[in-house]
Structures are given as structure tokens and as C-alpha cells.
Design a protein around this ligand. Structure first.
Ligand SMILES: Nc1ncnc2c1ncn2[C@@H]1O[C@H](COP(=O)(O)OP(=O)(O)OP(=O)(O)O)[C@@H](O)[C@H]1O
Length: 339
């Protein structure tokens, strides 16, 4: 049993930052808490860490009720967005810090620091000070430091949030590889859906202090449980049920909303069974894909994304009439509005 969160709530004044959240995080897994700013991800992470006390509910860590345990008793490693390395200590001293405090034997500390420098691919940097490292290198040292005393759980709060896009991408792959070597139960907070999809075994989607859905990246993308999840994980067109996009509209009410991913639209140059006509309004070349803005007969705008091959085969031009067919749609009742 890794982490069990039972009915956790946390208020700040009358504001519910975390609202009756229950969740199970399996031992050895890497789970992302994903949601927009203010959805309660960091508050939940801080409750797991023991930095905040919940108003209600319980936290179980590795089979033990840890709700009222101190931060130290929980034996958790943390890494936050803003590097918290000690500026006046070298990389080696930073990594050794917690072991020094616990008075581990010197030779054991040296050996462990060497192992960790290798694990985070920072051999040769041990004598540098944090100011002599790049942002990505500092975060790798912060990770090594958090792993030094072999925590049972690792909590990462937007650890790559302050880094530029390229470094961030490299570090995602690096974190995934690191996790498959050390297998420590890890909870990772991010508001970036691509980052969550790439790094995590499982994603917990949060919105307004609540859990909207828990699942593997592909499950969340292919079978979103709510309109919020569908809109937050990847691009989507939202159309009224009477926009003419559904082949058989009898099963839905006019007030329902149809959700359709831009990648799930087939475009043809000739009419066919079950196709509907549309006009190409705009073509945006992004290099790796081409985005086509279409107007339906109902006047609704629809975005379709094509691969370069599909686009060049179709030879689309602005103003052209085309015939479209959705490969997959999802209908959510109107009452289920996005919160
Ligand atoms: N100490 C506090 N006092 C008052 N309100 C707080 C406090 N900490 C968090 N909040 C509020 O609780 C809500 C959830 O905050 P939290 O930091 O958990 O969100 P988040 O999903 O991690 O957002 P972000 O991605 O922006 O960090 C926010 O509206 C925030 O303003």
C-alpha cells in the first residue's frame, strides 16, 4: 500500500481548497496530480507531506495512519519548483545534508553521494556550488538530495515549472528513466497535460478541489469522464447537438453538447454516406501538423487537425467545399456543464 487518501478536505476561511478527496496511490507508481491553477493540487500534496493539516479525512502512508504525523516522521522526499538548494554548500554537501544531520558514517555518506551523482547524471559536478549550475542541473541535484535518505515517498511540486521548454522536455524523459531505476512511490504535481501524459503511470485530474477522474493517460484521453476532463486533456470542439454533426440525433436532446477532438475528423473532397458539407475557412501550417478551420452549414466553426500527408493528399485550399465525418464523438448532457 503506497498512499491512501480518505475523504480529505481543507478549507481556507470559507474557501474549499480540497473537497472530500479520496485516492489510492499504489506502491512504486508515478502518479501525476493534474489540474488548472487553483484546483488544489499543491494543497493536497502539502497535506500528504505533513506541511498542512487537513480539516477532515485521513492520510495513510505505507499502511500507517499518518494524518497527525510530523513531516520528519513521514520520511518523505520533496522537490519544489524553486530550487531549494543551500547556496553556501557544494553539490556534494547539499546531497549529503540529511545524512550528515542523521550522523551517518562518513564513508557511507561518500559512497551514497557518489551513487546519487551517478543516478542523476551529475558525476564531475560534486564540487560546484548551486550558482555554477544550470536550472535543470539544480533540479537534478535537488532530486538527488531528496533521495539521499531513501524516502518511502517522493513528492514533486512542479519541479520543472521554472525551466525553459526544451530543458523541461529533457527532464521529463530523465525523470521517467530515473523512476524506473529507483521505483519510489512518486506524486508529481503539474498543470501541463502533456507533461502528465508523458511522465505518469496514472493521472489524477483535479478541478475546484475535487478529483474529476483517475486513470492511465490513454484512458483519460480516450474515455474522459466529464466535459471538464475532455476539455482539459487535449484540444476539443464543443458543438450544440443540433449543429448537424451527429448522424443519428434521435438519442440526444437539443440541449446536449457534442465534444469532438480535432484529430478525430475525417475530411473528404467528395460527398459520401454520412458525410456533411463544410467550407475551409483557414489553414494553419504548424510544420508537424496542419490545422484547418471549417464552417459547418449550421454556421458553427469546427477545428480539424491533419497530418502533413493527409493534408497534401487532399490539396485543401481556403474557401473550398469539403465533406466531413467525425470518427468519434462524445455527448455530455447539457446539465453537466463545465464547472
Ligand atoms: N495558505 C492559504 N491561504 C488561503 N488560501 C490558500 C492557501 N493556500 C492555497 N490557497 C488557495 O487554495 C486554492 C488551491 O491552491 P493550490 O495551491 O492547492 O492550487 P494548485 O492547483 O496547486 O494551483 P497552482 O497550479 O497555481 O499552484 C487556491 O485558490 C489558493 O488561492
Amino acid at each position: 500500500m503506497g498512499i491512501v487518501i480518505e475523504n480529505i478536505s481543507k478549507h481556507y476561511g470559507s474557501f474549499r481548497a480540497v473537497d472530500e478527496v479520496s485516492l489510492e496511490i499504489k506502491t512504486g507508481s508515478l502518479v501525476a496530480l493534474l489540474g488548472p491553477s487553483g484546483s488544489g493540487k499543491s494543497t493536497l500534496l502539502r497535506i500528504i507531506a505533513g506541511l498542512e493539516i487537513p480539516d477532515a479525512g485521513e492520510i495513510w502512508l505505507v499502511g500507517e495512519n499518518a494524518t497527525y504525523h510530523s513531516v520528519q516522521e513521514r520520511n518523505i522526499g520533496f522537490v519544489f519548483q524553486h530550487y531549494a538548494l543551500f547556496k553556501h554548500l557544494t553539490v556534494r554537501e547539499n546531497i549529503a545534508f540529511a545524512m550528515d544531520l542523521r550522523k551517518h558514517p562518513k564513508h557511507r555518506i561518500r559512497q551514497r553521494v557518489d551513487e546519487l551523482l551517478e543516478l542523476v547524471q551529475m558525476q564531475g559536478f560534486g564540487d560546484r556550488y548551486p550558482s555554477q549550475l544550470s536550472g535543470g542541473q539544480r533540479q537534478r541535484v535537488a532530486l538527488a538530495r531528496s533521495l539521499a535518505v531513501q524516502p518511502r515517498i517522493l513528492l514533486l511540486d512542479e519541479p520543472f515549472g521554472a525551466l525553459d521548454a526544451k530543458v523541461r522536455k529533457d527532464l521529463r524523459v530523465w525523470l521517467r528513466n530515473l523512476h524506473s531505476e529507483v521505483h519510489v512511490t512518486t506524486v508529481f504535481v503539474t498543470h501541463d497535460q502533456e507533461e502528465a501524459m508523458e511522465v505518469a503511470d496514472e493521472i489524477v485530474v483535479m478541478n475546484q478541489g475535487r478529483v474529476e477522474q483517475v486513470g492511465k493517460p490513454a484512458e483519460i484521453y480516450d474515455n474522459p469522464a466529464t466535459p471538464f476532463v475532455m476539455s482539459f486533456i487535449g484540444p476539443v470542439n464543443v458543438l450544440p447537438a443540433d449543429a448537424g454533426i451527429l448522424p443519428n440525433k434521435s438519442a440526444v436532446s437539443d440541449h446536449d453538447k457534442v465534444f469532438l477532438r480535432p484529430h478525430d475528423i475525417l475530411i473528404k473532397t467528395h460527398a459520401n454516406e454520412n458525410t456533411m458539407s463544410a467550407i475551409v475557412e483557414r489553414i494553419i501550417h504548424l510544420g508537424w501538423e496542419i490545422r484547418v478551420e471549417l464552417t459547418l452549414r449550421s454556421g458553427e466553426i469546427l477545428n480539424a487537425y491533419l497530418s502533413r500527408e493527409e493534408f497534401y493528399q487532399l490539396q485543401l485550399e481556403k474557401g473550398q467545399r469539403v465533406y466531413i465525418k467525425p470518427k468519434q464523438t462524445k455527448v455530455f448532457p447539457a446539465a453537466y456543464a463545465i464547472r
